[in-house]
Design a binder for this molecule. Structure first.
Ligand code: GEK
Length: 243
C-alpha cells in the first residue's frame, strides 16, 4: 500500500480534539508511526525474530492493537512453525478493514484472523507470543491490570509477552530531556513545531505513559517470571516478559 504523507496536524486548528484512529489516520498511518515512534521499524523486525524463537507447535500469536498489522506480518514471515495461527485485534473499524486487505494481499502462509474487537474483551488461549506494541498506553490505567492478567493466563508455559510503550520517568530532568529528544526526532523527520504541539495536545488525554518500574512491578505481581527491556530509543521502550 502506498502510504500518504502525514499532514493531519499541519494547519492551525481552532480546537484540537482527542486523537482518533479514524479513516484519515489510517490513510497515513505507516508514515505517521515511522516518523513519530523512534525505533519503530527495528522493533517490528525484531518482533518477527522473537516470535520465531518462542513460537510453540499448535499455539496462537496475538497482536493486540494491531493497527495495519505490521507486527502480524513480521511474525508471519519469520515463523516457520506451520500448525499455528496469528490473531490480530483492533477496535478501530478503519484500521481493521485496511489491515484485513493488507493481510489478504500478503503472501505469507500462516493463517491470520483479523478481528474487530476491544482488546479488553478478547479471549486469549494457547498463546505462545502476545504482542502489545504501543497499545496498552491507550487504555485507562484502571483497565491495564486485568488485560495483562488475561494475557498471562492465556499464555502457555514458556510463552512471552512483548510490551512496547512510551515511558514516563520519575526524574523530572529525564522526563524533560526525553520529551525534548522525541520532539527533536520528530522535527528531524520533517514535522513542524505546530504539528508536534497539536498532536501532543490531541494525545494528552488518551495516551497515558507509565514508568518502567510501574510496568515491571505489575508484570511481576501478575506472575511473569521476569521482564526486561530489550529495546529502548529515548522514551520509547519494549519489554520482554517471560511466563
Ligand atoms: C503496530 N501495534 O503498528 N482495543 C483494541 N484496539 C485498541 C484499543 C482497544 N481498547 N485501544 C487502542 N487500540 C501497532 C501500533 S497503534 C499505536 C499500535 C500508535 C488500537 C488503536 O485503534 C490503534 O490501532 C492501536 O491500538 C495503537 O505495531 O498509533 O501510537
Amino acid at each position: 500500500m502506498a502510504s500518504r504523507v502525514d499532514s493531519i496536524f499541519s494547519k492551525p486548528l481552532a480546537e484540537v480534539a482527542d486523537f482518533k484512529f479514524d479513516t484519515a489516520v489510517v490513510s497515513v498511518f505507516p508514515d505517521m508511526i515511522q516518523r513519530s515512534v523512534p525505533g519503530y521499524g527495528a522493533m517490528i523486525s525484531a518482533i518477527g525474530l522473537l516470535a520465531e524463537r518462542f513460537i510453540q507447535p499448535e499455539s496462537i500469536c496475538y497482536d493486540l492493537g494491531c493497527s495495519l498489522g505490521a507486527a502480524t506480518l513480521s511474525m508471519r514471515h519469520q515463523m516457520t512453525e506451520s500448525a499455528c495461527e496469528i490473531i490480530a485485534v483492533d477496535n478501530s473499524p478503519a484500521m481493521v478493514a485496511q489491515c484485513q486487505q493488507l493481510v489478504e494481499e500478503d503472501d505469507g502462509l500462516i493463517p491470520v484472523q483479523v478481528i474487530e474487537a476491544d482488546v479488553r474483551e478478547v479471549v486469549i488461549e494457547r498463546a505462545s507470543v502476545i504482542v502489545l506494541n504501543f497499545t496498552l498506553q491507550f487504555l485507562p490505567l484502571s483497565d491495564r491490570l486485568s488485560l495483562l492478567t488475561n494475557a498471562y493466563q492465556g499464555l502457555l508455559p514458556g510463552g512471552i509477552l512483548i510490551l512496547s510503550e512510551k515511558l514516563q520517568f520519575s526524574d523530572d530532568r529525564q522526563n524533560e530531556l526525553h520529551t525534548d529528544m522525541h520532539h527533536i526526532f520528530k522535527k528531524a523527520n520533517g514535522y513542524s513545531d505546530l504539528e508536534i504541539s497539536q498532536k501532543r495536545l490531541a494525545l494528552d488525554n488518551i495516551l497515558l505513559p507509565e514508568t518502567l518500574v510501574a510496568h515491571q512491578e505489575r508484570l511481576r505481581r501478575i506472575g511473569f517470571e521476569s521482564s526486561e527491556v530489550w529495546f529502548q530509543y529515548f522514551n520509547f521502550a519494549s519489554i520482554l516478559a517471560l511466563k
